[in-house]
Structure formats: structure tokens, C-alpha cells
Design a protein around this ligand. Structure first.
Ligand code: GUN
Length: 283
């Protein structure tokens, strides 16, 4: 079997075309969706993510600004910036890029973002709303993964899905979304005793660890669908968790890295910003 390549760039392009139409409609009613991204410090990868988010937002007609603060910014200073953005009626989506420098407590910052503008879905209120089945903002990478799976020609109904990695940003929320889609989910992590056995019987594997070479051909059931969320830089190249070439020989569908989940994550930032602009304006 040669796996179908789940082309994140193509899926994202189609999805963004739909978003662009909605942005244009909202603009004709006098509302321009605005995504404001806060970056603290000079981490190269974070800078490139943030620039990408701004460019992508502008490309579909949104307004987007980056507030770039110094590495030495204090928690108090950052909280002040967030407070201003919370109260700025022109701003619909607020995204504070993580990780933050050591002197700033991340949970305090995420808690300070208005839940109505928290397009990452990282605030404790929105995490709670997600698990309570209430209106919320669903974190962007999990939402992107679900969109990719819609393109995999398989049903999640009753399917065995293995999620590797239990982060608050990806592993745990995607396990929740997959469960809601009626899959049977096993959430695997570094302490899991039977990881290989679970992987081998799974219809879908979502790997979100950041450990190149973690998932091999031997781990994969023939015909399984593979979503690789890993993005580790190895010798200057973005590398996933999955041994792509060999796994593609047995899987029915697989995401590449780069060009798989990444473009969908950004797409869902735009999706949530549009949603925020609509909700704030009762549209
Ligand atoms: N850092 C890595 N991924 C993300 C993300 O999705 N949102 C934010 N705010 N920071 C990140």
C-alpha cells in the first residue's frame, strides 16, 4: 500500500478561501476581524510562527498586529498589555505566543486574556467550557487535526485512535474532540507501559511528542491513518515524530512534516478570530 498524502497546504488553502468570503461579508458590515499577537523575547522559531500568523491573517483580509516585547518584560508589564487589548474594541482575537520567558508565569497570563478574545482556547475558562460541552474556542492544532482527518476517507465512528503526548495544547484536547467524534481513544505518554501494542492495533495514530523517529513501520497497523504533529528542528530541517518514508509504505494516509498539520493550525487561528469577531458583534 502507498499512503495517500494528507496535504495540509491544500486543505488549508480551501478552508481559508471559505474564511476569506466570510471576512469580506463581515467587512461589508463595517467589522474588520483583528488578530493581535503578543510575542515576548527573541526566540527564532516563535518569531517565525508569529510572522506567519500575521501574514496569513492579512492575506484573507483581516487586520493583524504583532506586539513585540523585550525578553526582560515583567509579568506586570505583560498583564498591562493584555488588559489594554481586552479593553480595545477594535481587537477581536488575542494570542500570546508561548513559551514565555522564565520570569513570567504562563498560567497567570493565559488566565488574564479575556475568554471572549482567547482564540487559542488556552484560558482556564475556555478549557473548562470545552469539557463542559459549552460554547468556547477550541485550541487550533486539535481543530486542525480534526479537519485533516475529514480528508482521510475514514470514519472515526468506533475507531481505535492512539494519541501520543498529553500536552494541554494538543494531546489532551484532541483526545477530547476524537472522543466526541465517537472514536475510542487511548492517550499515550512517556510513562505508558504498552505503547507499542496500542499503536499496533490502532486505526489512527496522532503523534504530538516532538521526538523524531518515535513511530516506525513496525508500530503501524496496515491501512492506519497517521497524523504527525511533531515539529523538531534537526540539522536545520523541520522533522516530525514519524519515520515518514517507511510508514507511508503501510499506512493508508499520512501527513507530511512540514506541510501537514502546521498550515491547519494557522488556519484555525484565523477561524477562531473570525468567530470571535462575529460573537463579539452578535453576528
Ligand atoms: N506556541 C506553540 N504553539 C502555539 C500555539 O498554538 N499558540 C500559542 N499562543 N503559542 C504557541
Amino acid at each position: 500500500m502507498v499512503a495517500k498524502v494528507l496535504d495540509g497546504r491544500e486543505i488549508a488553502k480551501n478552508y481559508r478561501a471559505g474564511l476569506q468570503e466570510e471576512v469580506e461579508k463581515l467587512k461589508s458590515e463595517g467589522i474588520t476581524p483583528n488578530l493581535t499577537v503578543v510575542l515576548v523575547g527573541n526566540d527564532g522559531a516563535s518569531q517565525s510562527y508569529v510572522n506567519n500568523k500575521k501574514k496569513s491573517a492579512e492575506k484573507i483580509g483581516m487586520k493583524s498586529e504583532i506586539i513585540h516585547l523585550e525578553e526582560t518584560t515583567t509579568e506586570e508589564e505583560l498583564l498591562k498589555v493584555i488588559d489594554q487589548l481586552n479593553n480595545d474594541t477594535e481587537v477581536h482575537g488575542i494570542l500570546v505566543q508561548v513559551p514565555l520567558p522564565k520570569q513570567i508565569e504562563e498560567t497567570k497570563i493565559l488566565e488574564a486574556i479575556s475568554p471572549e478574545k482567547d482564540v487559542d482556547g488556552f484560558s482556564p475558562i475556555n478549557i473548562g467550557r470545552l469539557y463542559a460541552g459549552m460554547e468556547t474556542y477550541i485550541p487550533c492544532t486539535p481543530l486542525g487535526i480534526m479537519e485533516i482527518l475529514k480528508n482521510a476517507d475514514m470514519s472515526l465512528e468506533g475507531a481505535d485512535v492512539a494519541v501520543i503526548g498529553r500536552s494541554h495544547i494538543v494531546g489532551q484536547p484532541v483526545a477530547k474532540l476524537l472522543t466526541d467524534a465517537n472514536a475510542t481513544v487511548t492517550l499515550l505518554h512517556s510513562r505508558s507501559k504498552n505503547m507499542k501494542e496500542v499503536l499496533k492495533r490502532s486505526d489512527v495514530i496522532v503523534s504530538a511528542v516532538g521526538k523524531p523517529g518515535l513511530v516506525t513501520k513496525e508500530d503501524v497497523k496496515p491501512g492506519a491513518v497517521i497524523v504527525d504533529v511533531g515539529n523538531t528542528v534537526v540539522d536545520g530541517k523541520l522533522t516530525g515524530d514519524v519515520m515518514y518514508d517507511e510508514v507511508a509504505e503501510v499506512a493508508s494516509a499520512i501527513t507530511p512534516v512540514p506541510g501537514g498539520v502546521g498550515p491547519l493550525t494557522i488556519t484555525m487561528v484565523l477561524n477562531n478570530t473570525l468567530l470571535a469577531a462575529k460573537r463579539i458583534n452578535n453576528k
